[in-house]
Write a protein of this length. Structure first.
Length: 230
């Protein structure tokens, strides 16, 4: 686990300066729409304390500020990614609201029953042990707390062959050229294919103890938002 954590951390530290540009460019800005959908899904819960796990450069953390909580903790394994996120937080005047913290998802440095909600945007597939990560999230959530996870899925729709070709061939090439990292954007499609999406992932959530689980498909099945409650 420590070896994979080190590899993931090193990879994201390396691409951190170019991550935001690539993220929006390669997704044609659809990722912004997906984050807005997640935030809207959490609105009725009115969470006052939110843990944004695998926060990266904090795009989702910043979007969650629209819910007017009392605090948001943006946690990630990569300090370089969080440093980029901290600059954006400061520029938007959100420093009192959003704090950043380097943390491992499988060993969260928070007490039991701390947060009203936890969110993850495109990060759960990077966990060395997703089951243990879900166990930890359940632990730090308050009773009736909610977990929302935005993640890529194995598209099964009409356009899935075209998407898979783009994801497997075009995206890694563009990512390599722009990021100068040969492995990061090859890792992305490989990690999506290995990730247990759909009903398989809901089964992991339920095994950890989450109730009222559901999966919402987005944009022809390219991504999904998973929901569960403590």
């Amino acid at each position: 686990m420590e070896k994979k954590h080190a590899n993931i951390q090193a990879m994201f530290d390396d691409i951190a300066p170019r991550y935001d540009f690539l993220n929006h460019f390669l997704s044609l800005n659809i990722d912004k729409i997906w984050r807005k959908k997640l935030v809207r899904m959490l609105k009725n819960n009115a969470p006052q304390s939110i843990l944004d796990l695998a926060a990266g450069t904090c795009d989702l953390s910043i979007a969650l500020a629209r819910l007017h909580p009392q605090k948001i903790v943006a946690a990630d394994l990569s300090s370089a990614m969080l440093a980029v996120g901290q600059k954006k937080i400061t520029q938007k005047g959100l420093s009192p609201l959003i704090t950043t913290q380097t943390a491992c998802a499988e060993q969260l440095p928070f007490s039991d029953n701390t947060f009203d909600a936890c969110t993850i945007g495109f990060g759960i597939r990077n966990f060395e042990d997703p089951q243990k990560g879900l166990d930890e999230i359940l632990r730090v959530l308050k009773p009736n707390g909610r977990l929302l996870i935005l993640e890529f899925s194995k598209s099964q729709g009409l356009f899935s062959p075209l998407f898979r070709f783009y994801f497997k061939n075009i995206l890694p090439l563009l990512g390599k050229i722009i990021s100068k990292n040969a492995s990061a954007y090859t890792y992305l499609p490989d990690s999506v294919q290995e990730f247990p999406s759909g009903k398989d992932f809901l089964a992991l959530m339920e095994k950890s103890g989450f109730k009222n689980t559901s999966a919402r498909s987005l944009t022809l099945g390219i991504a999904s938002i998973y929901s569960g409650e403590k």
